[in-house]
Structures are given as structure tokens and as C-alpha cells.
Design a protein around this ligand. Structure first.
Ligand SMILES: Cc1cc2nc3c(=O)[nH]c(=O)nc-3n(C[C@H](O)[C@H](O)[C@H](O)COP(=O)(O)O)c2cc1C
Length: 544
């Protein structure tokens, strides 16, 4: 493929995206020597565990990578370039922040079939046969980092998009799965077999029934629009590359692999081709998982490498996963939230759902889901939404909670506030049995789980939030700043507002007070005196 063809593309490849991030000041380049087995991921981890605000997150480019034995590598390692932050993710989609949801909706409902090209940059270098055998060759020549040093059993591919094909329908599937290195020409891949797990697994079962090995290709470092569809849930008869085309607004250019009958994005950095055994399995892991615990050793699929093809100047992409928030949860979150919103609004036809927010820090996005409801939604519709969100996917929605719009679901304090004052545990919580154990650490009674649905919306008009009205807080903020006091970082709620139980008369009393006319209010209440009433009796119960 020549450079001219490349410029005809309307979507970025991985390196063009990185250049875009660099221009936006979102790349942290590390030219100092860094050990991929002990230092690289722990360094990036500090971005997530060191109190760095999400808005300051960067993609890390390591240009001088060595391994634990002091070996050097001929390509940089890039971590966090796909979804290191929401800004990085948005730039990967090449849309404004407020268009992210819309573009996912468009792509999921209007996939664009890929277009096949004859030659591709990802095949500039082709390694086959003896090139894949022996130390320092094949997979061993790639700078694959160890994600969780001290626990992981091997360097792992974490940004690998595994392409397989349904042998009956011919429809390809692409999923982001982890792949542990075992030999220069062998890795072991873990495709989740649970309900709602990996789309490649049903393919594997079909090849097994036929007594054949399963052809597979791993895409490493690809156009961000492709990478973003790898972790998404799309119907089994839809190829993720089509959804990627929907995101790009044009077909993804694909090329045929050299040794297996599969199509992969032509503008990828590296492709690993191979055959997955359908007879034998091999121990895989321990490896740090995105549910935030170490996945213990399981039998998983053996991938025998038949070829590695790559760009001459390839970069090695790695995703930081494990404890959330991480790149692994951020890369899923927007599309997952849209999938739930579309289901509730369009499939179930529930009108009052304004937003779906999946809780990310530590819990990962699957288990705790918030539904932001419009005011005045019928209670039965709120419950339909709660049941709908809990049942869409087997592994999502262990806790589903409906909230009002003034509660920020990303603020745990606000959520507890809502539970404290807007939900009655005896009436507003339903607990259901028979949930799948889902994506979590194995062991104990985890094979079966439950579901908790909570309606934490206001059920009746309630007295206003007891903070000064907005205008007073705004004036006071200006005064605060004129006085040169410590800089403010306003936290919602920072002003009072009505929650439905408030009258014009009480408004008048408050207005009198701020005008200095509280004595008028005193005259009014003197005229309203009553005897024979218990203290604390509401005035409106006595004077209608
Ligand atoms: C960084 C990362 C690693 C993942 N690792 C795995 C994995 O090892 N196995 C798996 O089944 N799913 C894994 N997932 C989740 C899948 O990508 C997700 O379920 C996706 O829908 C799979 O696509 P599929 O449904 O077409 O198989 C991972 C996701 C991310 C972002």
C-alpha cells in the first residue's frame, strides 16, 4: 500500500491518532530506559492510583524498552492511548465530547461493511516458519509488558483484538481478549465461557464439533474506531468491523491474512495469525483482571502462531486494565451506557429514562448501574426500567438504582444522600435471586448471585434543599474571590432549590427576611397564634 492510499482514509490509524494526542498535549513520552517486566505498567498505574485528576491523564509512549534480562526492543510501547481519559477516547472517535453517545447509537444501528484491499502496511514485514522459533524470535521479539508484576505469570497481550469466523455463517467476530505468552510461537487465550461472555467461544465450539482447529488473528494496535468495538457487545450476526465502519462513517479497509482465512484491518501495527487448538487446553494465568482481582490459573485455549506480520515502524499497544478506573473500563463505558439507554428507551419504550451511568471506580462498570429518571415519571415505569436494566445482560446490573436528575451518580456521597432521604428499604428495594456470578473473582458461592433494584427517586413533594438560593451563593462566590480567599472548586449541590414542597407564601417570608423586613413576618405570625395545639404541629394542618 502506498502513502497516497493511506491519506484517502477518513479515520486515523494508531500512529495518526497518537500524533493527534501529541498535538493536544496528551502524550507523555518516556525516553529513559524502562523495564517492561517490572516498571512499565506500575509507572502508568500511578496515573490511576496517585490522585492525578482524570482530565490530566496522558497516553504514555516508552521509546527505550528493555526486558528483565536487559534485552532491547525495536519498537516503542504505548499505554493509555486508546482510553487513558475521556478526552483521549473522544479524540480517538474524532468527535466532540457531547457527540460520543450519538456516534455509538449511529454505529450500532448502521454498521458499514469493510472494504478489502490487496496490500497493507500491516504486512510490510512477514515472519513465518523458522522466524517464529527460538528465544528472541516470534512473540518473544515483541515488547509485551507484564501488567501486574508480582502476580502475573507471563507478559500478556492486553490490547489484542482476536478475530475469529463462524464456520457456518462466515460472519467474523472480533473481541478484546487477553493472551498470555507461552513460547515464541504459542500463546494461551482466555475467551469467557459464561453467559454473555466472549463471541469467539461459540465459534470455538463449532470448530470443535467439526474436529478442526479454529483460525484466529490477533490485531495489535489498530485504528481507534476498531479498537473501541473490540470490547463492545454487538449481536452475534454483526461483525465488529462493520460497527467500526459505522463509527468512522466509512468502510474499514481490511486485508486477508497470510496464513489464515480471516480479514483484519489493513492499517494495523501488528497482526498475529494462528490456529487455536480445539482438543487440548493449557493452564493460563494468574493474571490481574479488570474486576480488580487476580484471575487464578484456569485451563484456556492454545493459540499456535502461524505468522506475525507488522508495519516496518510498528508501535506496540498495551491497555492498562486490572483495578478500575483503568483504560479497560473507560474503553467500554460510553458504548455500554448507550447500549443500556437504547434498550430502555427504544426496545422497552420507557419514556422517562434520561441517562444510564455505569459505576466505574473499583467496582468496574458491570455491577452497579444508575438510571437517571426525568421528573414525574410514573412509578411503574421506573420499575420497568429497573427490571429492564438488570436483565439486558447476564453479567451486568447486580445493583440497579433509579435516581432523580439532581443526584450525580458519579458522586458516592450524593447516592448515599438519595438513599438516606428518598428510598424506604421496605417499599423501594426488590431483591431477586438467580443472577449469574458474572465477571468477578472465582471461588466461594460466586457461581450464583442476586440482584438488588432500588427506586431512590423522590416519591412525594419534599421541602427544599437547605442551602442559600443560587443568587446568594453566586454573589458570595464573587465576594469570596474579591477577598482573595483559597480557590473554590464548587461541589454539587452548592445552592438550595425546591424539591416540590414550597409555597409562594414561604417565598414571600424569605424575601421579606433578605430585605430586612423580618419584623413584617413577625406581625403575620402573631396574628396566626392558636392554643390547644401540640408543639411541632404543621401550620398548614391547622390553617388551611
Ligand atoms: C483490556 C480488555 C481485556 C479483556 N479481556 C478479556 C478476556 O480475556 N476474555 C474475554 O472473554 N473478554 C475479555 N474482555 C471483554 C471483552 O472484550 C468483551 O466481553 C467483548 O464484548 C468481547 O467481544 P465479543 O463479545 O465479540 O467476544 C476484555 C476487555 C478489555 C477492554
Amino acid at each position: 500500500m502506498d502513502a497516497k492510499t493511506n491519506t484517502e482514509r477518513g479515520y486515523d490509524d494508531f500512529q495518526e491518532h497518537l500524533a493527534r494526542l501529541e498535538t493536544a498535549g496528551l502524550v507523555q513520552r518516556i525516553d529513559q530506559e524502562v523495564n517492561k517486566d517490572t516498571e512499565l505498567h506500575p509507572l502508568v498505574r500511578w496515573q490511576y492510583r496517585g490522585g492525578v485528576p482524570e482530565g490530566d491523564h496522558k497516553a504514555f509512549v516508552f521509546t527505550n524498552v528493555v526486558d528483565a534480562k536487559g534485552r532491547k526492543f525495536d519498537m516503542p510501547v504505548v499505554v493509555g492511548a486508546l482510553a487513558g481519559s475521556r478526552e483521549i477516547y473522544r479524540l480517538g472517535l474524532r468527535v466532540e465530547a457531547d457527540q460520543v453517545g450519538d456516534i455509538w447509537r449511529r454505529a450500532m444501528s448502521n454498521p458499514v461493511e469493510p472494504v478489502q484491499v490487496e496490500s497493507a502496511m500491516c504486512q510490510e514485514v512477514v515472519l513465518e516458519g523458522d522466524d517464529l522459533i527460538g528465544d528472541g524470535n516470534g512473540l518473544d521479539a515483541l515488547p509485551v509488558p507484564i501488567s501486574t508484576p508480582g502476580f502475573d505469570s507471563a507478559p500478556y497481550l492486553t490490547a489484542g483484538n482476536f478475530v475469529t469466523k463462524d464456520p457456518e455463517t462466515g460472519v467474523q467476530n472480533m473481541g478484546t481478549y487477553r493472551g498470555g505468552l507461552k513460547a515464541p510461537n504459542r500463546l494461551v487465550v482466555r475467551m469467557a465461557t459464561r453467559a454473555g461472555g466472549a463471541g469467539g467461544y461459540p465459534h470455538w465450539l463449532k470448530y470443535q464439533t467439526r474436529g478442526e482447529k479454529m483460525p484466529c488473528a490477533v490485531i495489535l494496535g489498530c485504528p481507534p474506531v476498531v479498537a473501541y468495538t473490540g470490547p463492545q457487545k454487538v449481536p452475534s450476526d454483526v461483525d465488529e468491523l462493520g460497527v467500526a465502519g459505522g463509527l468512522a462513517g466509512e468502510p474499514i479497509r481490511v486485508v486477508k491474512c497470510r496464513t489464515v482465512d480471516l480479514l483484519v484491518p489493513a492499517d494495523s501495527e501488528i497482526i498475529i495469525e494462528g490456529l487455536i487448538d480445539t482438543d487440548f487446553l493449557e493452564p493460563e494465568a494468574p493474571f490481574g483482571e479488570s474486576h480488580g482481582h487476580i484471575a487464578l490459573e484456569d485451563f484456556n485455549m492454545i493459540f499456535d502462531v502461524t505468522a506475525i506480520t507488522r508495519k516496518r515502524n510498528a508501535m506496540f499497544a498495551s491497555i492498562i486494565s486490572q483495578v478500575t478506573p483503568s483504560e479497560s473500563s473507560s474503553i467500554k463505558r460510553d458504548a455500554y451506557e448507550q447500549m443500556f439507554l437504547v434498550h430502555l428507551q427504544n426496545t422497552l419504550g420507557i419514556k422517562g429514562v434520561r441517562n444510564v451511568v455505569m459505576h466505574e471506580p473499583l467496582s468496574n462498570i458491570r455491577r452497579v448501574i444508575f438510571l437517571v429518571m426525568e421528573p414525574g415519571v410514573q412509578r411503574t415505569e421506573i420499575w420497568r426500567a429497573l427490571y429492564g436494566a438488570a436483565t439486558l445482560r447476564a453479567d451486568c446490573g447486580k445493583y440497579v438504582m433509579a435516581l432523580n436528575e439532581d443526584i450525580d451518580p458519579n458522586n458516592g456521597d450524593a447516592v448515599f444522600w438519595s438513599l438516606a432521604y428518598r428510598a424506604n428499604p421496605t417499599e423501594d428495594i426488590v431483591i431477586l435471586p438467580n443472577r449469574d456470578g458474572g465477571h468477578g473473582p472465582k471461588g466461594g458461592s460466586q457461581s450464583s448471585d442476586g440482584t438488588m433494584l432500588v427506586d431512590a427517586t423522590l416519591k412525594q413533594p419534599t421541602a427544599p434543599l437547605a442551602l442559600p438560593k443560587k443568587e446568594f451563593m453566586e454573589n458570595a462566590k464573587a465576594l469570596w474571590e474579591r477577598l482573595g480567599l483559597a480557590p473554590l472548586n464548587p461541589e454539587v449541590p452548592w445552592h438550595g432549590y425546591s424539591l416540590g414542597d414550597w409555597t409562594d407564601e414561604w417565598d414571600q417570608l424569605a424575601e421579606n427576611a433578605v430585605k430586612g423586613d423580618y419584623l413584617e413576618n413577625g406581625k403575620r405570625s402573631a396574628q396566626m397564634r392558636r392554643s390547644g395545639i401540640k408543639p411541632n404541629t404543621p401550620v398548614r394542618d391547622v390553617i388551611k
